[in-house]
Every structure is written in C-alpha cells, then in structure tokens.
Write a protein that binds this ligand. Structure first.
Ligand code: ATP
Ligand code: MG
Length: 415
C-alpha cells in the first residue's frame, strides 16, 4: 500500500501545489491496482471522471491536480508473517493477522510512535497494549486517554496537569497524563477527536519531550512512548483542515491497520474457541460448539467486528440449552439481540423448539444483564484509568450509584 500526495509523510511525494497532502492511495490486488481517492480537493481523475475507488489495470494513467501519474505493477511483494497465531492477548491465524503480528514484533523493539487504524471492535486497543507489554517501557505505566471523553475546559489540565491555583477550581496540584505515564506508554484512543486547538500543544510536548503544567513555569522532562488509534481516515481529515499535518507526521511514525473480521473469516473458529475458554469457570455456560454452529458463526456478518463476535459467543454460551452450542442456540441468541438483518444462513431446522432445558426467563435475563453490566463497567474503568468521577461523567450515572455497581461486580474505581 502506498499514499501519493504533497505531504512529506506521503510515500510518493509530488510537489504540484494542486495536489492534496494525501491525495490518493494505491494497493496491489488481484486484477490490478486498487485506487482510493482520499477526499482530495481536486479529485483523482480517470478517463475524465472523478473516481472515489476503483480497481484499475497496470499501466493506467491518472490525472491528479496538474500532474499525471502512471500506475505500474512490479513483481508482487509478499510481506513476512509470523507462524504463531498469538500476539499478546490477540488471536489470529489468518494471513493478514500474522502479517500484523510480524510487523508488531518489529515495532516492539522501537520507540516509534504508532498510529493504529481499523474499524470499531477490530482490536486496536489490544494492539496498543501488546506494543506496550512487549516493548521497552513494559515496566512503566500504560495510560489511556479517550479523546472523545475529554471535557473541553479540562483537557489541558488532564493532559499536562496544573499547579495549585492555576485557575478557579484548581485547589490542588494535579499531575497530568504525561507525567503519570513517565517511563511507560500513553495510548491516545480516538485521536481523530482531539480538539484542533489542543493539537499544537500536544505536538510541542512530543517534540520537546517535556511538559509544563498549566500555571507552572518549569518544564518537566518526560520519557513516554505515544501510541494512538482511530477508525477515521486522518489523511482525509488533514485534507479538510480538521487535523494538523505536523502532528500526524509526529504521531504516525509507523502505521498499522487491524483488518476487519470480514477480511479474515478464517479467524472466526479460533476466536470462538478462545472466547469460550475465557468464560469464567464458576459460570454455568456451554464451552463447546458443534461444527454446524461454528460454520454458521463463520458465515455471519459482524459490523462490530471481534467485539460483536465475542458478545455473540458469550450470549450463545450462557443461554445454550446444553453444554454444546448448536444452531438452535444461535437462533435463540439472535432472537435475544432483536431484529438484526442477517441473511438466513441455514435452511432452518434451527427454528425447531430447543431440546433440553431452557433456563427460567428471569434467570436468563439476569445473566445477560449482569454480563452487560460487568463488560460495560470494566471498559469504563479501562477508559478512565479507574477514575470514578470521570467514569460517572461518561456513564451519566450518579457517583454513589456507580460505586455500588462496581462493588456488586467486585470491581473498584478510585475516588
Ligand atoms: N484478535 C483478537 N483476539 C482476541 N480478542 C480480541 C481480538 N481482537 C479484539 N478482541 C476483543 O474484542 C474486543 C474489542 O477489542 P478492542 O477494544 O481492542 O477494539 P477497538 O478496535 O479498540 O474498538 P473501538 O474502535 O470500538 O474502540 C475486546 O474485548 C478484545 O479483547
Ligand atoms: Mg478502542
């Protein structure tokens, strides 16, 4: 894959001022070259018409701005891939995942800033954690900042900290995220949502490797690896003036893309078994699955990617009639999640009444709600770095109520 544009960060750089910073992207695919216009200002023109995406034969000429680019396919390039279908918490035996693991292995040995791209639920956060856990700063802290959840007025103080009395309400000195991550890693999740006015401030910290607390005068040296993730196309945002190119350049010293589940259906069986094994032992649930049911899960569509597969497996496992998940259990699971528009996959003996015990309605319902609560609360803790006040803010739930919920599930947030 390569990006053509005017930016120094583009793989092929054009100096034509009518070309956008990141103008279009090319990738070799069976049948030719896949071309995607990155919402460029003047368009990527093929045969006189503006194209959004297309597969074009080798030798095609494109007009971009006032320049002409010819696409020529070289000998196909086969990237390296690991043999092992595991990386940190991630599982994946498909070619694209093993290629990703191989790339991550190399990146773990560096301190490069990595931009992790991919659709929702593909495992971007797991990638960040693995880079931290296997990297040089593994002994240090791993701090997560969800850029969608920073209140505008507090953003600077959260990231850089503040001194006592720096502003009304700053009754005590506060350590910012960078200082808290000293010697470790900061993971800036959903970096595309970082407010534009904060971007130059973040860039300054990254370039100078020091922070200054709000209201403070002395710079504090910091040694922190910065990883970030987004489902957005930052290069298109740069073209639209919504993301700073200099910051992008600094954050995306390396880029990795986590493939969607649709691009690797052969990973589904491995993931299903992995999730079944991970269900807590004290929970009454099925831990096996029939071949037919596994096939059906492999054929399904998962817009929510691995996260959706995981919750599907957990729901099916907990509501299964016996110790083995069958297509009938999957049909039941689908009913539980309402009217999803999946194409019917089997000619449907699956609507026959379930054999074996169906749990009491009230019990099944409780199990599902409990599971949802636990999952939600755990993610809330992860996102807020265990901070109860921020968790309450995000969840829109009273603090004391949230504390009770945490207690109920044996979790705790810090005051
Ligand atoms: N390859 C994988 N192997 C095992 N579990 C995975 C894998 N990928 C994702 N998961 C699980 O799927 C869920 C979603 O993963 P994660 O939160 O890392 O996704 P994400 O890309 O950050 O999603 P979002 O864009 O919504 O923030 C998590 O429970 C994670 O443990
Ligand atoms: Mg995430």
């Amino acid at each position: 894959m390569a990006v053509i544009g005017r930016s120094p960060a583009a793989d092929v750089r054009l100096t034509d001022p009518t070309v956008s910073s990141f103008h279009f992207e090319v990738a070799a695919v069976p049948g030719g070259v896949h071309v995607v216009d990155l919402e460029s200002a003047n368009g990527t023109i093929y045969g006189g018409a503006r194209l959004e995406r297309a597969i074009l034969p080798s030798g095609t000429m494109l007009n971009v701005g006032r320049s002409i680019v010819r696409l020529d396919l070289d000998a196909p390039f086969a990237p390296e891939a690991t043999e092992i279908p595991v990386f940190g918490e991630m599982r994946g035996a498909s070619r694209p995942m093993r290629e990703l693991f191989s790339m991550l292995e190399r990146l773990c040995r560096t301190d490069l800033g990595v931009l992790i791209e991919g659709q929702t639920g593909t495992g971007k956060e797991l990638v960040a954690r693995a880079l931290h856990d296997k990297g040089r700063g593994a002994q240090g802290p791993f701090m997560v900042l969800d850029c969608t959840a920073i209140p505008a007025t507090l953003a600077e103080s959260i990231i850089f900290g503040h001194e006592k009395g720096a502003f009304t309400g700053a009754v005590e000195r506060r350590i910012g995220l960078f200082e808290a991550a000293q010697g470790g890693t900061i993971f800036l999740d959903e970096i595309g949502e970082l407010p534009l006015d904060l971007q130059p401030k973040l860039l300054r910290v990254l370039e100078r490797r020091e922070v200054q607390r709000v209201g403070g005068s002395k710079p504090i040296p910091i040694q922190v690896r910065v990883l970030c993730a987004t489902w957005r196309d930052l290069r298109a945002m740069i073209n639209q003036g919504k993301f700073r190119e200099d910051l992008y350049f600094r954050l995306a010293q390396a880029r990795v893309t986590v493939p969607s589940l649709r691009e690797r259906p052969d990973d589904v069986p491995l993931l299903v078994n992995h999730f079944l094994q991970k269900i807590p032992h004290d929970m009454q649930a099925a831990r096996r699955i029939t071949d037919e049911a596994l096939e059906e899960l492999t054929r399904r569509d998962y817009p929510g990617n691995v996260r959706e597969l995981k919750s599907t497996v957990e729901r099916a496992s907990m509501t299964a009639a016996t110790e083995t998940i069958t297509p009938t259990d999957l049909a039941f699971e689908r009913m539980l999640t309402g009217t999803r528009t999946h194409a019917p996959v089997t000619p449907s003996p699956s609507v026959a009444p379930a054999s074996g015990e169906l749990g009491k309605f009230k019990d099944v319902k409780r199990t599902l709600i409990d599971e949802f609560e636990r999952d939600y609360l755990q993610r809330l803790l992860l996102k807020t770095g265990n901070n109860l006040s921020r968790a309450a803010q995000i969840a829109g739930v009273e603090r004391h109520h949230l504390r009770d919920l945490f207690r109920k599930h044996g979790l705790r947030g810090d005051d």
